[in-house]
Design a protein around this ligand. Sequence first.
Ligand code: NAP
Length: 271
Amino acid sequence: MNFSFHHSCALITGASSGLGAEFARQLAPHASILILVARRKERLEDLAHALQANYPQLTIYLQVRNLNLFDEREELAAWIKEQQIPLNLVINNAGLGDIGGFCEASWQRLQEILDLNITALTHLTHLLLPTLRKQAPSALLQVGSIAGFFPLRGNATYAASKAYTNSLSQALYLEEKEHGVTVTLLSPGPVPTEFFEVASRTDNPISITSRAHACLITSPEKVVKTALRAILKQKASVIPNRLLSALIGCLRLVPVFLFERVCVKNKKRCN
Ligand SMILES: NC(=O)c1ccc[n+]([C@@H]2O[C@H](COP(=O)([O-])OP(=O)(O)OC[C@H]3O[C@@H](n4cnc5c(N)ncnc54)[C@H](OP(=O)(O)O)[C@@H]3O)[C@@H](O)[C@H]2O)c1
């Protein structure tokens, strides 16, 4: 039996905006239960009301959590256990960037990136995998980035954190296969969400169009649709933009400076 979204019970981190909210919208017609996790309660409530109006059969739980905190992650996992939710889909999507030179970065921001993109993702995966195994066939989607394939100047810590996600995810794909859990790495290129706004420093606001060529930008709808299809196909890894996927395949064979020339627009702006 293969995993299906029909009657699935899904947990989505970072569901208050961008890709996370889009995952919720695209899963809502198929799922039985959605657990939406983020810090901004009002955003989660607005999303839940909109989904509930269209899909009254859906059960939606809101978990207002700061995933950077160890206790909040433990409490989230304990709550799922207590409620006996038959969780069979986890989307580890919450993530944070910082655009600008490493030396000039605030340590607090870099710490947040390490806490959220690496520690929280790893801890939640570790906490929830036993349930996913129990509910197999099941799926785990780790949201990485194409930034994880290359060291990136002006994005050093973020790119390094996503390289970690790439590596962890692909190892877990191999480990979990025999337990009926498909682990898929999603590596989007630039997507118009709040990401760039949040990742910008106050003295240097960055827009997506100043960072990336238009042909490399993918809509959240397309990213999520491609990711969900990749889960069903039990893929280990997916880049949700054909041009970018081909480009990454080629660029992985050439030196880093060429990657910058081709993919990063106005690279001096982030130094
Ligand atoms: N947009 C892009 O160009 C792009 C490209 C490649 C990869 N990605 C990856 O895609 C994922 C989603 O990003 P996005 O583009 O949708 O950005 P976004 O709109 O900024 O969404 C980020 C989400 O993470 C949540 N979050 C941040 N800190 C959190 C914390 N401490 N605890 C709990 N939730 C937290 C935010 O919710 P609250 O603030 O309400 O907590 C928000 O829902 C990230 O992993 C990102 O690295 C994005």
